[in-house]
Write a protein that binds this ligand. Sequence first.
Ligand code: TYM
Length: 330
Amino acid sequence: METVVSGIRPTGRLHLGNYFGAMKNFLQMQETHNCFFFIADYHSLTTHPNPGDLRASVRKVLSEYLACGLDPDKCTLYVQSDLPETAELYLLLNMHAYAGELERSTTFKEKIRKQPDNINAGLLTYPVLMASDILIHRADKVPVGKDQEQHLEMTRTFGNRFNRMYREGFFPEPVAFNFGKKLVKVPGLDGSGKMGKSEGAGNAIFLSEDDASVKKKVMRAVTDAGPEKPNQEKPEVIENLFTLLKLVSTEETVKHFDDKYNDCSIRYGDMKKQLAEDMIRFIRPLSEQIRDTAADIKHIDRVIDLGREKARESAGKTMQEVRSLLGFRP
Ligand code: TYM
């Protein structure tokens, strides 16, 4: 059976980008694969959250994992920092990762632009920690959104380098995965391109968002002055709205507004109203479930304990071999 690994940082709540880029695949894969899904709390230290918030966010995101339908009897759900093996592999892989290749990563370049007063070493070696998360379970597939593609490429580079130096075939070559074949990029509502929790306030729609707030955000989404001639190519902000519509609405609805765009009779207000309605219909059962699950902290903590045991068993096996391959006592 193929092994699957993936994680989400606990900085806030899950949004539709996380859902369609990652979670939707997690739900399907837990039925047929050996899955490890974790909360990437070490990774969120690169932005220095306060410790109390971090602990609460970890529980919150885990409750959202459960509310979405991840089942601890079908997959291993754990917290990254519960696995010292990951930290050890990270240390060892860091000795085999070159500063030049890390500095060239697009996410590193983006991060130093966004947080120029906090360019810590963890930011530079972020892809090494991510590779450790994946290689620690010797994963074959990694369900992620398009923004993580380059990190997966780097994971393969580190894994292959290790194999060449120590043992051919030790780490499988993990691939970024989506059931729809192509990796997904869910756009945000503010015209900035990607839906993300660290973008502008109105950019992301969260799974726990209430109806009124979804409506408000969608109605404020950036548009343009409208098409000037029939069948013209859509500018990015409009294409983005259509991408969101395709995720939550029926094909008929998408076709209806596409036809209206093409004959220049579209009214963006109508389209946004429909988009908000369909998003609310999609989100409401999830947000209700999230409320129920988050209330049962004891259950969440039990799930975290169980996950740690299962994950450490798998990670321990890998680390024993890695230590021995490198010449350390196993
Ligand atoms: P993070 O927390 O930013 O996002 C979690 C997952 O959601 C996907 N995603 C999106 N997909 C499509 N469109 C969007 N707008 C969008 N926004 C987020 C991400 O691609 C990701 O799959 N470094 C990772 C966490 C991580 C990880 C790993 C993932 C740490 N170690 C090992 C996989 C394997 C991150 O910051 O994701």
